[in-house]
Design a protein around this ligand. Structure first.
Ligand code: BTN
Length: 243
């Protein structure tokens, strides 16, 4: 479904989760009036400038929930990076867990949400916002030095529909349930786009703040950090924000 305007493509997709054939539903919009970002932030994009896309996936509730969240976090970021590479001359990078960046500036983000359904199933929604046609003045002043768009960095004009087509192809490849067991394949691909490890990091997870150095990413457990006290700690991508 492609809408001129919705509140949030994630909300719209989740609201369809109990419908017949909801698995695999894609909702796209030219504009969101209440777009959501990670950890309670908002996601704003001028009409027609960004790619705003949500994919609904249904799974049995018995499936290991944190593992699916971790899988979708990596698979969706890989799909976005591959789609950008296939449809533009830009090679993006992933900042853990799934910020899409270029030379340190934010190009896009991914919000994964889930909801239990009445039928002992769980609905997962992968919501992607990718800045395509924005120019500097489209971003709020507070984001002008940290955000960018494909149009701002590519040496050619951006065809938003072409990027969308590539994105759906790569999401179809990576996010289909048969691949949910291929943790090492997706992790390897995710790592090939990831910004380097060994970086100083501050994190907030489940109400507490932590600081240390990034050590490794675990395909199932998330980011492994050597905390300043010396211990190693695993951070779940769905429960952690990078400060
Ligand atoms: C982030 O904070 O980095 C994640 C941003 C995710 C935004 C996308 S836009 C499409 C989908 N619908 C939403 O309401 N949010 C996501």
């Amino acid at each position: 479904m492609v809408w001129p305007e919705v509140d949030s493509t994630n909300s719209r997709a989740l609201s369809q989760a109990e419908e017949v054939d909801a698995d695999g539903l894609v909702v796209m919009a030219d504009m969101q009036t209440a777009g959501r970002g990670r950890l309670g932030r908002t996601w704003q994009s001028p009409r027609g400038a960004g790619l705003l896309c949500s994919v609904l996936l249904l799974a049995d509730q018995s499936a290991a929930t944190p593992a699916i969240g971790c899988w979708l976090t990596q698979a969706s970021a890989v799909a976005v990076c591959e789609a950008v590479c296939a449809s533009t001359a830009v090679t993006p990078a992933i900042k853990w867990p799934n910020d899409i960046r270029h030379e340190g500036l934010k190009l896009g983000g991914i919000l994964i949400e889930s909801r239990s359904l009445s039928s002992k199933r769980c609905a997962w929604v992968v919501g992607i916002g990718l800045n395509c046609l924005q120019h500097r003045g489209h971003f709020p002043p507070a984001l002008r030095n940290t955000a960018t768009s494909l149009e701002m960095i590519a040496p050619h004009a951006i065809d938003r529909i072409d990027v969308a087509r590539s994105l759906l192809q790569r999401l179809d490849y990576w996010c289909a349930p048969p691949r949910w067991n291929e943790v090492h394949e997706v992790h390897q691909r995710w790592s090939s786009f990831a910004e380097p490890l060994g970086q100083r990091i501050r994190l907030r997870s489940e109400g507490s703040d932590f600081s240390g150095w990034t050590v490794e990413t675990d395909p199932v457990g998330g980011l492994i950090v050597r905390l300043d006290g010396g211990s190693l700690r695993w951070f779940d991508p769905l429960l952690t924000s990078v400060l």
